[in-house]
Design a binder for this molecule. Structure first.
Ligand code: ADP
Ligand code: MG
Length: 701
């Protein structure tokens, strides 16, 4: 049986005793034959080309030279001994140097013999040399399959000591492939292989380890990447269908009194086309009694809030309650204020519940919720505590900002007999590919249009030496009646270092912009919520012209008259955070500015981030660059990184293949939802096996 071959413990492989087996397990998690087969090379050396020693100076990378070893001598003081070999071909001579393992190297080489040397040449004091070259005899190379592409495997020092450097590992894999019992079952249906022109799994694995030529290797790699992406997509789609198509959701048949009245009498502006479209999508989801699980994406300032509000009104019109969950207290307060203000003249009850809600109020809220007299509850994590019970929860809106995991989402579900519809809003656009992987179990709506009259924010990068100029600009803007944010980084709320920067900054700002002419607010994480609120209020009411703060204002704060955002030590911020912060301005009619202040020394990544910000206002473009710089795991935070923990595929590089995988997965599920046909049965079994393996996967909830 092929399965039992793959599951054979690694110590049963010829050449692997108990000791090697132990390091294989400990160092690279290779427990079985199958694990070893999936320990894939991370690059290949092109051995199809031979160089001459004369060529060496013009080659940028590694070279391969055929020649003769003339001598081997140890040189240098006792503690700095090195082994030096002289090596020649018809065109010249080059030095080979070993700084370590002289004895071992010596024992494997024979002066006067012919070798094929591979390595990267260095020029040191006028002499060309190759340090720690790979040495093969012509016969030796042949015995490794005569490959022109030599795989290089991840190895470690401990493995190396057991003879399991890259070559050693390659040899083991060779043993395995030569075993007559070697077999790898395929679970992709033949028609998919044909359509994609990719090899079966067995052939792909063989090619990865012993590539016969470049195109075969490329196809093999494509095959393995596809299989990985395809399986994830299948899981996500099945999961989505299980929650949406099969689970009943509350049925919102009517667009009723509240919705209509708000729309006709209180909506302060005409909705954009994108907002209208998205509301239709949401309405359609909620109308039919299937369960909605929808992700609402839109750049900062695209107007997600009003979409949330209108969706809430539909739920209320159908006799249901709504909760809105935000990741931070400040954002929850902001939503609460916005909702209360917009619904001011409507007979609806809106309340706020956070960690700092007083007990008496809390009790009131609990009571009103269960009695059903409370229509909209806005809050933080406090909402998912078991004590919070709804009379009839119909819609949960989550302003996610990447901070809630799937687990928390599912806790909200349990708050009602019939799980409420779920609308997840993300403030930072997520690159399509990532959205497909992380939120592939959700339907996606995108607001891809900003409200009219929005002008792109003029973004510029200045160094400390331009400080006076920047302050002069602030003065001008304040003269014009505008307001200004000055934001300092805050990596940890408790980091005193940042706190000091902030306080120093506050001092120099108040010195430059003194009372009584200027009024400066300050907000940071160490303040009491009441004080924060007070300072915030002074700024948003326009009494204070300047707001000095840490990133606590990152999300949600909406002061249309603010037209300048100054970000201090901008090199310390990630791209999505910079973009979020910039989104605080450019909301009013005035032309707005974002000024990125940095020190003189900038890493390459930091420069890319700053350039990207200055180049574009498009959140999706910013997100793509962010993904490329940081990789998916980092981008989403550790909380969710497990979800995109891909072994072979790479979400940044393999976007096209991911699209194909998604498309194919939709098609397969479309024709055979339960994967019951004979050609899909192996797929189903593999998915079941994976689900068992990764029971801790958040997405399989
Ligand atoms: P975000 O998507 O970042 O949450 P908001 O919902 O806070 O954006 O909206 C940003 C600003 O744009 C708010 O001041 C809001 O009142 C305003 N706004 C939203 N939609 C429109 C529209 N269709 N026309 C004009 N202004 C709008
Ligand atoms: Mg918002």
């Amino acid at each position: 049986m092929a399965e039992s071959f793959l599951n054979t413990p690694i110590e049963f492989l010829k050449g692997v005793g108990p000791q090697r087996a132990q390091v294989l397990r400990e160092e690279i998690a290779v427990f079985t034959f199958g694990d070893l087969l999936y320990h894939l090379p991370f690059r290949y050396e092109d051995r199809s080309v031979y160089h001459t020693i004369r060529d060496v100076r013009s080659e940028a990378g590694a070279v391969q030279i055929k020649g003769k070893l003339l001598s081997l001598t140890e040189v240098g003081k006792p503690r700095q001994k090195r082994l030096v070999g002289r090596f020649e071909d018809d065109t010249g001579e080059i030095e080979l140097i070993w700084f370590k393992g002289a004895q071992w190297v010596r024992s494997g080489l024979e002066v006067g013999k012919e070798y094929i040397v591979f390595g990267k040449p260095n020029l040191y004091r006028g002499t060309w040399s190759i340090a720690h070259p790979e040495m093969d005899t012509p016969q030796g190379l042949k015995s490794r399959g005569g490959l022109s592409l030599i795989p290089v495997y991840p190895s470690t020092e401990k493995l190396g000591k057991r003879g399991l450097n890259s070559n050693g590992i390659h040899k083991l894999v060779g043993q395995l492939l030569a075993d007559p019992a070697f077999d790898v079952p395929d679970y992709l249906p033949g028609y998919l292989l044909k359509a994609l022109r990719i090899p079966g799994r067995k052939e792909a694995i063989r090619q990865m380890h012993f590539p016969t030529e470049g195109t075969h290797l490329a196809n093999a790699s494509k095959r393995l990447k596809f299989e990985e992406l395809f399986l994830v997509q299948l899981q996500l789609i099945r999961n989505r269908d299980a929650t949406t198509k099969r689970i009943q959701g509350p049925e919102f048949t009517d667009v009723g009194e509240h919705f209509t009245r708000f729309y006709e009498e209180h909506l302060p502006f005409e909705l954009t086309g994108a907002q209208k479209r998205v509301i239709k999508e949401i309405r359609k989801d909620m109308k039919h009694g299937t369960h909605m699980n929808r992700l609402l994406q839109g750049d900062v300032g695209s107007g997600k809030t009003v979409v949330a509000l209108l969706s809430a009104l539909i739920a209320i019109d159908n006799g249901y309650q709504v909760c809105i969950m935000a990741p931070t207290e400040i954002l929850a307060q902001q939503h609460y204020r916005t909702f209360s203000a917009m619904l001011e003249n409507m007979p609806l009850e809106v309340r706020l519940l956070t960690g700092s809600t007083k007990t008496a109020q809390r009790k009131e809220i609990h009571y009103a919720l269960e009695a059903g007299t409370l229509h909209i509850l806005v809050g933080t994590h406090a909402l998912i505590e078991p004590k919070v019970k709804f009379h009839r929860l119909g819609l949960a809106i989550i302003d996610e900002q990447h901070r809630f995991g799937v687990k928390q989402r599912s806790k909200l579900w349990r708050k009602a007999m019939v799980p409420p519809h779920v609308l997840v809003m993300t403030a930072t656009p997520i690159p399509r590919t990532l959205a497909m992987t992380l939120y592939g179990d959700l339907d996606v709506s995108v607001i891809d249009q900003l409200p009219p009259g929005r002008k792109p924010v003029d973004t510029r990068h200045y160094r400390e030496s331009s400080r006076m100029k920047v302050f002069g600009f602030v003065e001008e803007q304040v003269e014009l009646g505008r307001q200004v944010y000055i934001v300092y980084p805050l990596i940890e709320e408790s980091e005193n270092f940042d706190y000091k920067d902030l306080m120093d900054g506050y001092e120099s700002v108040t010195r430059r912009f003194p009372l009584p002419k200027y009024r400066v607010s300050i907000v940071h994480g160490k303040m009491k919520p009441e004080d924060k609120d007070h300072e915030m209020q002074l700024f948003s009411s326009g009494q204070n012209q300047i707001m000095v703060s840490t990133t606590v204002i990152e999300v949600g704060v909406d002061v249309p008259n603010a037209s300048v955002m100054i970000i201090e030590s901008a090199e310390k911020f990630g791209l999505s955070q910079l973009h979020q912060l910039r989104g605080r301005v450019g909301r009013g009619a005035e032309k707005s500015f974002c000024i990125l202040m940095t020190g003189d020394k900038l890493s390459r990544d930091a420069r890319t981030r700053l350039e990207t910000m200055c180049r574009t206002n498009d959140g999706f473009e910013v997100a793509e660059v962010d993904l490329a710089l940081r990789g998916p795991g980092d981008l989403m935070g550790t909380q969710q990184s497990g979800v995109v923990d891909l072994k072979v595929a790479n979400l940044t590089k393999d976007q096209d293949l991911l699209q194909v995988a998604r498309h194919m997965a939709e098609q397969v599920i479309g024709t055979d939802p339960d994967l019951e046909t004979a050609e899909h049965t192996p797929l189903r079994l593999e998915l079941e096996r994976l689900a068992k393996d990764r029971a801790n996967w958040g997405l399989i909830s």
